[in-house]
Design a protein around this ligand. Structure first.
Ligand code: ADE
Length: 246
């Protein structure tokens, strides 16, 4: 998968050299190209923003540098990328969207600072590309770079061969499948006793059916406590009689 990221803070994206994403890049599974938007400015001060039409606080990112940057990036590859525009006004970033984006061969991210990018840029590329305006949550950050780090990590771990054990994202919270509407329950490892605290007996039983039932009950309990909205929203058919007894 190829990822292009256009930003005025390339150094903000250095964490993409670390851990899972860094290793995927080193293995050639991810081709990440980070671009400094200011390279497509032509004035002495490398200006990327200006005051908003109609007045109001803050600054808006000028369309010209974005247009030149995106034209050059689009011309440098085959086919059409999906363009991901991080904005608190976007559609929610969900596991389902992460899965969908992980299936695209090429993504271009346009993290903005200030009050956002001149709307005409979104319209211009929306005519040619699949453009997704995406929010990572109901809060406002100072820019789209942190959301890009979040989205790239969520997407990269879904790519074939990136996670050591492919099964390990199958029972993630929010993953499609048997536990689709439930959060993941608690996990334990050795030692069997720590500070007087033991682990649930069933996990030592070797009885896979009982362990699966226990995991589902715990997942259900945790979801009910932390995210009751998920249970309310879920298809009742997704729950069996035993779930309802929790
Ligand atoms: N930019 C600023 N806040 C954001 C958010 N919550 N999601 C995506 N991009 C953003």
């Amino acid at each position: 998968m190829r990822l292009d990221i256009v930003t005025i803070f390339p150094e903000y994206l250095e964490p993409l050299n670390v851990s899972l994403v860094g290793k995927a890049r080193a293995r050639g599974q991810l081709d990440v190209r980070i671009h400094d938007l200011r390279e497509w400015t032509h004035d002495k001060h490398h200006t990327v923003d200006d005051t908003p039409y109609g007045g109001g606080p803050g600054m808006v990112m000028k369309p010209e540098p974005w247009g030149e940057a995106l034209d050059e990036i689009l011309a440098s590859g085959d086919g059409r990328p999906v363009m991901v525009v991080p904005t608190p006004s976007g559609a929610p970033f969900t596991q389902q969207l992460a899965v969908e984006l992980s299936e695209a061969p090429w993504l271009v991210f346009t993290p903005a600072r200030y009050e956002g990018i001149d709307r005409r840029v979104i319209e211009e590329y929306g005519d040619r590309l699949d453009v997704r305006e995406v929010s990572i949550g109901d809060y406002v950050l100072a820019g789209g770079e942190a959301p890009v780090l979040v989205m790239v990590e969520a997407i990269a771990r879904l790519l074939p061969g990136v996670l050591g054990n492919a099964a390990s994202h199958q029972d993630d919270s929010f993953a499609p499948g048997a536990m689709a509407d439930l959060l993941e329950g608690p996990v334990y490892t050795k030692p069997p006793e720590w500070r007087g605290r033991t682990i649930p007996e069933v996990l030592l039983s070797g009885h896979h059916g009982k362990i699966a039932r226990w995991r589902r009950d715990e997942a259900f309990r945790r979801t009910d406590r932390n995210r009751p909205d998920l249970i309310e929203r879920a298809d009742p058919a997704a729950f069996d009689k035993k779930d309802r007894e929790i």
